[in-house]
Design a protein around this ligand. Structure first.
Ligand SMILES: *Cc1c(COP(=O)(O)O)cnc(C)c1O
Length: 400
């Protein structure tokens, strides 16, 4: 393979241009180095790769189909819209690609206690699944507020044999759970592996999680070439921490004719605190060990966020996205809560697929983009997850 015109791998210090890095207390430097070294070693080890491919195929359900949404395409009247069906994976989302990869790495490193943070509970559930399957002990940190809001996922994690630790500090949500998990890791680093849920945090997580998710784009590129005989005009994916989007973008980075669109949560509107769109509305800053775009107020305090989809409700974003935006390779846009609900309804009723509210943002933007393209063109939307988890929220919005 020829290398793309972008430094698409982080440097040895985990920098994507000036983004990324390791902005952590001294006590975390050594565990991060051990992890980075182990990842580098295993990522080149053919038997590790084979073992992971086996789990992805036999357990998670890869490869996922690339589906031509023909009724949605006719309804929109423009480019052909293909869906990469990550919603069909075990657990109902792309998250299992990452949790299987990291859990397998942990086991190979001889670590049998896994800790993780979770916001809405989706990453916690995916971690609990991978740990149960691989015979590892899972302990999940979750904000007290989130535990209240996501009772079903808390129960799922327990059913899967995981222990859930409520976090009662700060805002009792995701960012407090991350802080608590980091604290646990420093204290118990001998036998404990910290399994992070997206392409965020200090090096090597953004690189490692991206590698585990890049299977999405590798498959999609092969599939679109086979099915259409040419590359798509665009790829569209929703951006929370940024893992499903970077996962599908990566294989297309050096295909300059393919537009790469990340869709952030426009929430209620673009005023401060009412959205979760750090790339569109944030500024450069440091959060959770990385230098990246962060939603912050004029004093540099992290801004509160709002989105109908819990998975997009995060004030920062993976550093590689910040880099790709800065060199102009990717574009970032927003769709509001109400746009996402439109996307949700369209896909459910025209295709019989109930999407998660996160990729419903991407569906909504894709319909607008498709309309501006030709009928011979195609675009791929990453359908990162299914919507069963969101039916309650929808029912409250549309009681009829
Ligand atoms: C968690 C989640 C997301 C957001 O996370 P990324 O790291 O940005 O991919 C998107 N879609 C679904 C279905 C999710 O569960």
């Amino acid at each position: 393979m020829t290398s793309p015109p972008f430094a698409c791998s982080a440097s040895s210090t985990g920098k994507f241009g000036k983004y990324g890095g390791q902005y952590v207390p001294e006590t975390l430097m050594e565990p991060l180095k051990v992890l980075a070294d182990a990842y580098l070693r295993f990522s080149k080890d053919p038997s590790f790769k084979k073992e992971l491919a086996g789990w992805l195929g036999q357990y998670a359900g890869r490869p996922t189909p690339l589906y031509l949404a023909s009724r949605l395409t006719s309804h929109v009247g423009g480019a052909r819209i293909f869906l990469k069906r990550e919603d069909l994976l075990h657990g109902g989302a792309h998250k299992i690609n990452n949790t299987l990869g990291q859990a397998l790495l942990a086991r190979n490193m001889g670590k049998h206690r896994i800790i993780a943070e979770t916001g809405a509970g989706q990453h916690g559930v995916a971690t609990a699944m991978a740990c149960a399957a691989l015979g590892l002990k899972a302990e999940i940190y979750m904000g007290g507020e989130d535990i209240e809001r996501q009772k079903l996922n808390v129960y799922r994690m327990k059913l899967l044999g995981a222990k859930v630790h409520p976090v009662e500090s700060g805002s009792k949500t995701l960012k407090d759970a991350i802080n608590e998990a980091l604290r646990d890791w420093v204290t118990n680093v001998e036998d404990t592996y910290y399994l992070l849920g997206s392409v965020v945090g200090p090096h090597p997580y953004p690189t490692m999680v991206r590698d585990f998710q890049s299977v999405i784009g590798k498959e999609a590129r092969r599939q679109i070439l086979r099915q259409e005989g040419k590359l798509p005009k665009a790829i569209v994916a929703c951006v929370g921490g940024g893992s499903n989007s970077i996962g599908i973008f990566h294989a297309f980075l050096s295909d300059m004719e393919v537009g790469l669109y990340g869709v952030e949560a426009g929430g209620r509107n673009m005023s401060p605190g009412k959205n979760a769109a750090p790339l569109v509305a944030g500024r450069e800053g440091v959060l959770h060990g990385m230098m990246t775009y962060v939603l912050q107020n004029t004093e540099g305090q992290v801004e509160s966020t709002e989105s109908i989809s819990a998975g997009l409700d995060y004030p920062a974003v993976g550093p590689e996205h910040s880099y790709l935006m800065s060199v102009g390779r990717t574009k970032y846009v927003t769709q509001t809560d109400s746009d996402a609900l439109d996307g949700f309804r369209l896909l459910s009723q025209l295709e019989g697929i109930i999407p998660a509210l996160e990729p419903a943002h991407a569906i909504s933007y894709a319909t607008k983009l498709a309309r501006s393209l030709q009928k011979e063109d195609s675009i791929i939307v990453n359908l990162s997850g299914r919507g069963d988890k969101d039916v309650d929220i929808i029912a409250r919005q549309f009681p009829q």
